[in-house]
Design a protein around this ligand. Structure first.
Ligand code: ADP
Ligand code: MG
Ligand code: MG
Length: 546
């Protein structure tokens, strides 16, 4: 074996073994003890001043932020007056993630306990609408059975428990965690593993957060290359959008920081490779997916698009290469560098952006456009998944971009004989040249699209809850990335000088921990539990002077 090949083998084995550790319960043993002990709650006096400035709106603190919610629930459990409410809340959460065959039984128990006025645990704050909804429908297994109840419950808790929580030691604990969350993060908190891919401004590496053992992908953007190639706007947009969206169908940003040479985006690691790789490089003699598999991925992509569009973000760069698989075979959208956010009150945007062969006619014609361009690219992507070639290109054909543009604007799509009628219909309605007629995002959702007959066998509720088993599971021992030698090096950048204005920009970019993913990481790796211990008499142990 040559030295390059050997390098890949060594790097792969380090990466595969680090990756394995996080799936098993052994994650804690992979932690770096020195960094783990650096992750410690401050004395309450050190952070008390944050009481008035910390994010303490009910919705954000008690519902959306995972640590805030845990502490709020612990407070509720400590107060007899709220015990019943928190039990209902937890039962609803439990129901929502339960397997379908367990749901009917769970719902029955909940009806008896909380919904019958004769029960001692009857929740009288649930309105008639919520009660009748559940009582009439609980035998049918559905994801949104308790939606109205949960809403009522949260209204009740905000009115009756929020103030008590803010006066309690649990709120002080929340502040301690928020202080810790706000601490700066630097490159030495992460251990780099092998390169996973190459981007326009730098490499993407697997990395491990030393203190918790959690694996991430670290996308590096070289400062000089960014400056030379005018990449600042794109970089800050990608960062802002990634930090804003929280969906299981889009990669999540957990940290943004800088080193001397790079800006770094630390994101969900997607170990399974991209869809392009799976279509063409796994079984070269038989490229593409069967319709069942394409249907599953398309459904997950739709959920990702719907989330982006609900946040007023146009993605613009959907293509198989940008859809990545995780360890279990779920997919997420990645590479939001070309995305744009529609400002409030503006429903259209402009600008030439995307990948040749995928871009929608209205965009190519330099007209104003909206979310509908993403459903055109969805049609192209779905077509390619099954046909193993783009709809506007023959297999192996070298064709220039002008010709591809001409075809997108003028030519109808023709389908291989293997395509089912349902698939053809869906592709046609997505690759509709008139954006007004195209299937897509209407009334803040994709309901019509999801109801197309191509998806008739698909259970959207289970898919959205992450409970629908994927059609293909990546091999945990396999590395779905190019050999290190084949990734390709960057040319050195000459003649770029970094000045004060650049540094200002880097500081704006390097905002450190992103609250929700950071809190999730603390909980899921057990660090939250280790730190959240109480002293005697339920006091904050840190109240006792060190
Ligand atoms: P660019 O915006 O410069 O094209 P990308 O975000 O596409 O950069 O990343 C470059 C490559 O790195 C991707 O094609 C993919 O192979 C790999 N990559 C990117 N993000 C991840 C991730 N979250 N997990 C695993 N690999 C990734
Ligand atoms: Mg890319
Ligand atoms: Mg990009």
């Amino acid at each position: 074996m040559d030295i390059g090949g050997l390098e890949t083998v060594v790097a792969n084995s380090a990466y595969v073994s680090a990756r394995g550790s996080i799936d098993s319960a052994a994650a804690a043993t992979m932690r770096d003890k020195k960094y783990r002990t650096k992750l410690n709650l401050p004395h309450i006096r050190q952070c008390e001043h944050m009481k008035t400035t910390v994010d303490s709106s009910f919705e954000s603190m008690c519902v959306r932020q995972p640590i805030g919610k845990r502490l709020f629930q612990q407070y509720l459990e400590s107060e007899t007056a709220h015990k019943n409410s928190v039990d209902l809340w937890k039962d609803i959460e439990d129901y929502n993630v339960a397997q379908e065959n367990d749901r009917a039984k769970k719902a029955q128990k909940m009806v008896n306990k909380y919904y019958e006025s004769s029960s001692k645990n009857f929740c009288d704050f649930l309105g008639d609408k919520a009660v009748s909804r559940v009582k009439e429908d609980y035998r049918n297994i559905r994801g949104d059975l308790f939606k109205e109840s949960e809403k009522q419950l949260l209204v009740q808790l905000e009115a009756k428990a929020l103030n008590g929580f803010k006066d309690s030691m649990y709120f002080l604990r929340y502040i301690q965690f928020k202080w810790l969350e706000g601490q700066p993060v630097t490159e030495d908190w992460f251990m780099d593993f092998r390169v996973l891919g190459k981007g326009g401004f730098g490499e993407v590496h697997a990395c491990q957060m030393k203190a918790t053992g959690k694996m991430y992908a670290n996308k590096k953007l070289n400062k000089k290359r960014l400056k030379k190639r005018k990449g600042y706007d794109g970089a800050i947009i990608e960062k802002r959008i990634l930090a804003k969206v929280h969906s299981r169908f889009i990669v999540t940003l957990a940290y943004a920081f800088q080193t001397k040479t790079d800006l770094c985006l630390v994101m969900t690691i997607m170990n399974g490779g991209d869809l392009r790789y799976h279509m063409y490089n796994v079984d070269e003699k038989n490229p593409g997916f069967n319709e069942n598999r394409a249907c599953y991925y398309t459904a997950q992509i739709i959920c990702g698009l719907e989330h982006l569009h609900q946040h007023r973000i146009v993605y613009r760069d959907l293509k198989p290469e940008n859809v990545l698989l995780d360890d279990v075979g779920h997919v997420r959208l990645s590479d939001l560098g070309l995305a744009v956010e529609l400002p409030p009150g503006k429903d259209k945007t402009q600008g030439y952006a995307g990948t040749p062969g995928f871009m929608a006619p209205e965009l190519l014609q330099k007209k104003e456009y909206d979310y509908s361009v993403d459903y055109f690219t969805l049609g192209v992507t779905l077509y390619e998944m099954v046909a193993a070639k783009g709809p506007f290109r023959c297999r192996g054909e070298q064709v220039d971009n002008n010709e591809v543009t001409r075809r997108i604007l003028n030519d109808p799509v023709s389908y291989p004989p293997t395509f089912s009628q349902e698939l053809k219909e869906l592709c046609d309605r997505l690759m509709e040249k008139d954006p007004e007629k195209r299937l897509g995002f209407k009334n803040n959702e994709c309901a019509e699209l999801k109801n197309q007959s191509f998806f008739k066998e698909l259970n959207w509720g289970r898919l959205e809850a992450g409970m629908l088993p994927p059609p293909f599971v990546p091999d945990p021992k396999m590395v779905y990335a190019k050999d290190i030698d084949d990734v390709g090096a960057f040319s050195t950048i000459k003649g770029v000088v970094i000045d004060n204005k650049d540094s200002e920009f880097y500081n704006d970019f390097a905002t450190g921990n992103v609250p929700i993913p950071w809190q999730e990481e603390m909980i899921e790796t057990g660090v939250f539990g280790e730190l959240n211990v109480w002293g005697q008499n339920g006091k904050l142990p840190n109240d006792l002077d060190p």
